[in-house]
Design a protein around this ligand. Structure first.
Ligand code: MF3
Ligand code: CO
Length: 279
């Protein structure tokens, strides 16, 4: 295997990433609050643009060039509805009660990035759809809580996969996309797969930051990309959910940069070391 160079952050750089993470957290909270039947996804992208301007941050998504000759990403949010898994482009679509919507959002502050996603129910959703989102969120926290200096990336994927499988075989774990390292760019080494073998893969060290982001379906795992070259949908039309946090490995433990409380409640509940830097 080729050696992967992983960016290690200084405490000062983590503080910039925390500033970005808090803008992301605040914006996602506003998006969740503004989500309602009758609202368009373009309206919600506009809400996020206001938050970016107010914070003086820079969108990580707008104009993003993924390479491969893809068109530059045209919005500040990815808004993915129902069978859309990730990378849904905001537009005239009107949300209706029963929809399940994922919001993925990232900004940089002083050149340092934060990236997070939440899934939100519009009005009343079917109980298995609400359950899908809850299981995905739980899998994300299981993955975050498995991050450890001295551990390996496969431990994270294994924790995510085990968490999902503890609910039976009913969920598809999307394997075509992964989480990622993050810092001076949104997408960096290493990949953070949503399945894995314990003790395998890149070693984890203090100074790293990872975006952990499971994507689950209420059906099978295979996905396809629409003609807009961005929107990823389930091949079987099943509903999907997506949750993501950016987590830093500090000398004191884990600091979830995109969680308002730094991850204290969820990490402590899982026996993982909560380790923020002093303000
Ligand atoms: N933030 C997404 C991820 O979680 C990627 C967004 S793609 C972009 O990795 F083009 F919108 F930037
Ligand atoms: Co991400």
């Amino acid at each position: 295997m080729r050696a992967t160079r992983v960016e290690l952050k200084s405490p000062e750089q983590f503080r910039s990433m925390r500033a970005a993470g808090l803008v992301v957290q605040r914006t996602l909270a506003r998006l969740a609050a503004a989500t309602a039947p009758g609202v368009t996804t373009a309206d919600l992208d506009q809400v996020a643009r206001e938050e970016i301007a107010r914070a003086g941050a820079v969108s990580s998504f707008l104009g993003y060039d993924a390479g491969y000759g893809l068109p530059a990403y045209p919005a500040v949010t990815c808004i993915s509805v129902n069978s859309e898994v990730v990378h849904g482009i905001p537009g005239p679509r009107v949300l209706v009660s029963g929809d399940l919507v994922s919001f993925d959002f990232g900004v940089s502050v002083a050149g340092w990035h934060g990236d997070s996603a939440v899934t939100v129910a519009v009005g009343e959703v079917a109980s298995e759809v609400a359950q899908l989102s809850a299981v995905t969120r739980e899998a994300m926290w299981a993955g975050v809580a498995a991050v450890r200096p001295g551990g390996r990336i496969g431990d994270v994927g294994h924790a995510i996969e085990s968490s999902v499988r503890s609910h039976g075989a009913r969920y598809g774990i999307v394997a075509d996309f992964t989480g990622h390292g993050i810092g001076s760019a949104m997408h960096m080494a290493p990949d953070v797969p949503n399945r894995g073998r314990p003790g395998s893969g890149v070693g984890l060290r203090t100074g790293m930051a990872l975006a952990v982001e499971p994507m689950l379906t209420l059906g099978r795992a295979p996905v396809a990309t629409l003609d807009d070259e961005w929107t990823v949908v389930t091949r079987d039309g099943s509903v999907a959910a997506h949750w993501e946090h950016t987590v830093a490995l500090t000398e004191r433990g884990l600091w979830v940069l995109t969680a308002e409380d730094g991850g204290e409640a969820e990490l402590t509940a899982r026996g993982a070391p909560f380790g923020p830097l002093a303000d």
